[in-house]
Design a protein around this ligand. Sequence first.
Ligand code: NI
Length: 172
Amino acid sequence: MAIRPIITAPDPRLREVSKPVQAVDDALRALMDDMLETMYDAPGIGLAAIQIGVPKRVIVMDLAREDEDPEPRYFVNPEILAPSCEKSIYEEGCLSVPEFYDEVERPAQCRVKYLDYNGEKQMLDADGMLATCIQHEMDHLEGILFIDHLSRLKRERVLRKLKKERRLAAAE
Ligand code: NI
């Protein structure tokens, strides 16, 4: 396993639409292992493959609290089948949009179809934080960031700040 560098906005790779995975094999499991380690190290609760520069439809997640045992989840080729009409609002953040948090409204529940770590077909009915987190990560697979759900003013402000920080870091 290895920790990979996480890409941050406004890197254009984060706008790519990720491609479906053809086979859940050892190479893909190695990628998922790296993603999980990278996510734990960051630390974060969810990571899409594109965030480490790999445009594949793969997500890892762990919503266990610090005092709980780790509960890693792997989603390959996830599809949302039934988003609820009911909405919920959570404060979101993203490893690719460092140090910025804001509230996003999304469907409160969703049903997700996906392949697991072993390539087995799975179905999950998610609500609460899990539903929000899955939808946030699924957005990454379409090249969408959570800041795209905010007003243009807020989005441009955070992107300007990130660009400026990147320039400063490059100048050091
Ligand atoms: Ni994110």
